[in-house]
Write a protein that binds this ligand. Structure first.
Ligand SMILES: *Cc1c(COP(=O)(O)O)cnc(C)c1O
Length: 235
């Protein structure tokens, strides 16, 4: 199916989830996860109206983002890094991306802060939390997340936007709900304790199989790949 038809179907489901939760459709930003897909698909997605894209690998992003610059510049497109970032690739990440959703250590945050300062910009970031406590997954563990939040909020070249998680994959989307709630509870606690600016309220959670549940639980950024672009050969 064409990307614009997939998008229309997703938007209907977003609207329905918003209605169930008594939320405003405009509060939810769809991040189109274009990893593994060619620039022609990104062009099609931009034509369909999408303006925020997610990539998870620096090397792939370093080919796509500059190639699309003439078009993305014209349409004010933003690129979010949604994959794990190694320190040695941090400079390239700060050069390429408009936001990094995967900050999960103070060391990485400090490195990004230094680089953003050098490049004369303020970089929007999200804190990635490993809500499922899965050993193979990136993300700060929940018990250390508030401390990291307080520290990152003090870094002047970073703009702390909020929180991000990739919960355990469960075929039954409703079973993921407690993990989404856990991320929201961290956000609420950080705001209640005044650990970060009140702007740091975004919740990036929900993917193709569970975004409706994530919206019911307060997601403000949903990251959608498969439902928009189709199945991937690799992740
Ligand atoms: C690939 C990826 C997505 C999109 O997953 P789909 O199931 O294809 O929608 C979302 N978030 C992250 C961090 C990803 O790596």
């Amino acid at each position: 199916m064409a990307i614009k038809d997939n998008l229309a179907a997703i938007q209907q489901r977003i609207a329905a989830a918003c209605e169930r939760a008594g939320r405003d459709f405009a509060e939810v930003t769809l991040v189109a996860v274009s990893k593994t897909f060619p620039v022609t698909d990104v062009e099609e997605a931009i034509a369909a109206g999408l303006r925020v894209f997610g990539e998870n690998r620096i090397q792939e992003a370093a080919e796509k983002i500059p190639a699309l610059q003439p078009l993305t510049g014209k349409h004010n497109v933003q690129w979010h890094l949604i994959g794990h970032l190694q320190s040695n690739k941090a400079r390239r990440a700060v050069e390429l991306f408009d936001a990094v959703q995967t900050v999960d250590s103070l060391k990485l945050a400090q490195r990004l802060n230094d680089l953003a300062g050098e490049l004369g910009k303020r970089l929007p970031v999200f804190l990635e939390v490993n809500v499922g406590g899965e050993s193979a997954k990136a993300g700060i563990e929940p018990s250390a997340a508030l401390e990291l939040c307080e520290q990152v909020a003090k870094l002047s070249h970073l703009e702390l936007k909020g929180w991000m998680t990739v919960p355990p994959f469960l075929a039954d989307a409703d079973a993921v709900r407690p993990y989404f709630r856990q991320l929201r509870a961290l956000r609420d606690e950080a705001l209640r304790l005044g650990l970060a600016d009140t702007q740091a309220k975004e919740l990036s959670m929900g993917m193709s199989n569970d975004f409706a549940v994530a919206i019911e639980e307060g997601a403000t950024f949903i990251r959608i790949g498969t439902a928009l672009f189709g199945a991937r050969d690799y992740t």
